[in-house]
Design a protein around this ligand. Structure first.
Ligand code: UD1
Ligand code: CA
Length: 452
């Protein structure tokens, strides 16, 4: 029986925030989620999350079948947090203690640590050139672990020690219960330090990759950790055949898929289980969230696509906005300053410039002219516009919904369509033009004279 205890009650003072630290997003995902995954991945049978600061928010977020919560009512240190978890820790088995603020920890490292730990108390240490902020591991001349000294309690010599405490421990439930009761708050911060659990004998498991143990204590560390997570994802995609012009400027959530031979320019965000096909080209400044982009699409600069599907071989942007419920069937073109919402476009249909299509259904090979607007909202409710196959809509047309345009119809530029258009008809609604000879010049001259 392995119980994981995740400490997540701390005040997170260094974040300078009203929100609990463990819910801050590192590379698009709350910090605690990574730690929960790592605990699950190394085989924890039960997970106890100690909550305190922002308890309700943390509990709402982390609620799951294998998670129980214990409340630490005042934040008096990491040992005090473990004390709060004791009632939920079974008497038998082993206890793995993790900090909720270390999102880079991997389950592989944890599994190795668990397997190799055979002392009564074991913790992970790591060697680093920059130990600042971490507890230093002080060893006896013989090389055994003497104690862990926190930065604030360390003397000059101790501060120079390059081996630090990663904040991960494993011991038997019995040993934990015995040792935790003996810890006092006699230190610089008047806190109960979990690190004191090593007094009385402990072994350090020296981990290789110091980056895995970076804690998120302030916003600079949050940024540093996020960068590492994004870079890991970038490296994984490059291995799978995705080209990234700048892998350090690629911002992708963990649950995203991207096909081979897709090329991605810098500063692209791909979020929330989005799925990008193969042979796509995604230009700078694009954000794609909760969307599917099929094979062979081009998404041009500064386009935002949310909750939408872009069918194969389509081109979207630059500066287009596909809002939720937009479905491009394939072979479509959405040009600059075009916005769509809850709109289905049949194969090959195009809206190349300055257009709003909302609550609309367009057939195949429809041409939507520049400046077309579906007037879908009457101030009370939304109405649909249905346009048949092969319709040609001229520039500056308003389609006042609800309205249907039959297949093959032609709508003249400048028309306000307020009633249904039959198949193959021409719809035109505009006053006929008059030309008044010489009047342009006359008005201009009158205006000039008025000014002087
Ligand atoms: C802690 C360790 C330090 C180690 C470092 C690794 C102690 C005293 N120090 O320092 O040796 O090098 O982690 O990252 O343990 N928490 C509570 N309740 C509290 C205080 C903290 O639940 O009363 C939680 C926090 O939410 C956090 C975790 O415990 O997730 C660690 O606390 P934090 O204040 O970040 O400890 P560090 O100063 O980083
Ligand atoms: Ca920390």
């Amino acid at each position: 029986m392995l119980t994981a205890v995740i400490l997540a009650a701390g005040k997170g003072t260094r974040m300078r925030s009203d929100d609990p630290k463990v819910l801050f997003e590192a590379a698009g995902r709350p910090v605690i989620d990574y730690v929960l995954d790592a605990a699950r991945g190394c085989g924890a049978d039960k997970i106890i999350v100690v909550v305190g600061n922002g308890a309700d928010a943390v509990m709402n977020h982390a609620e799951a079948a294998d998670v129980v919560f214990c409340t630490q009512s005042s934040q008096r240190g990491t040992a005090d947090a473990v004390k709060a978890a004791l009632p939920a820790i079974p008497d038998e088995g082993r206890v793995l203690i993790l900090c909720g603020d270390m999102p880079l920890i991997s389950s592989a490292t944890l599994s190795d640590f668990i397997t190799k730990s055979d002392s009564r108390v074991n913790f992970i240490s790591v060697k680093t050139d920059n130990p600042s902020g971490y507890g230093r591991v002080v060893r006896t001349p013989a090389g055994g672990v003497l104690k862990i000294v926190e930065e604030k309690d360390a003397n000059c010599n101790e501060k120079k020690i390059g081996e630090v405490n990663a904040g991960v421990y494993i011991c038997s439930s019995e040993e934990l219960k015995e040792r935790i009761g003996k810890i006092d708050d006699n230190n610089a911060q008047n806190e109960f330090y979990l690190t004191d659990i090593v007094s009385g004998g402990a072994s350090a498991y020296c981990a290789e990759d110091e980056r895995e143990f970076m804690g998120v204590n302030d916003r600079a560390q949050l940024a540093a950790v996020s960068k590492i997570l994004w870079r890991r994802r970038a490296d994984a995609f490059m291995k799978e055949g995705v080209s990234l012009l700048d892998p350090d400027a690629f911002y992708c959530d963990a649950d995203v898929k991207i096909g081979r031979d897709t090329v991605i320019y810098p500063n692209v965000f791909i979020e929330k289980e989005s799925c990008i096909g193969g042979r796509c080209r995604i230009f700078p400044g694009v954000r794609i969230t909760a969307s599917v982009i099929e094979d062979g699409c081009v998404i041009k600069d500064n386009t935002f696509i949310e909750g939408s599907t872009v069918g194969e071989s389509s081109s979207v942007g630059p500066m287009a906005h596909l809002r939720p419920g937009s479905v491009l069937t394939g072979g479509n073109k959405i040009g600059n300053f075009v916005e769509t919402k809850k709109t289905v476009m049949g194969y090959g249909s195009k809206a190349s410039h300055l257009t709003y299509l909302g609550d609309a259904e367009l057939g195949r090979d429809v041409n939507v002219g520049c400046g077309t607007i579906t007037c879908n909202y009457d101030g009370f409710s939304k109405h649909r516009t249905v346009v048949g196959d092969g319709v040609f809509i001229g520039s500056d047309v308003q389609l006042v919904a609800p309205v249907n345009v039959g297949r093959g119809a032609l709508i003249a530029a400048g028309t306000t369509v307020t009633k249904d258009v039959p198949e193959d008809a021409l719809a035109i609604s505009r006053t006929s033009q008059e030309n008044k000879e010489g009047m342009g010049k006359a008005i201009t001259e009158r205006n000039k004279a008025g000014r002087s």
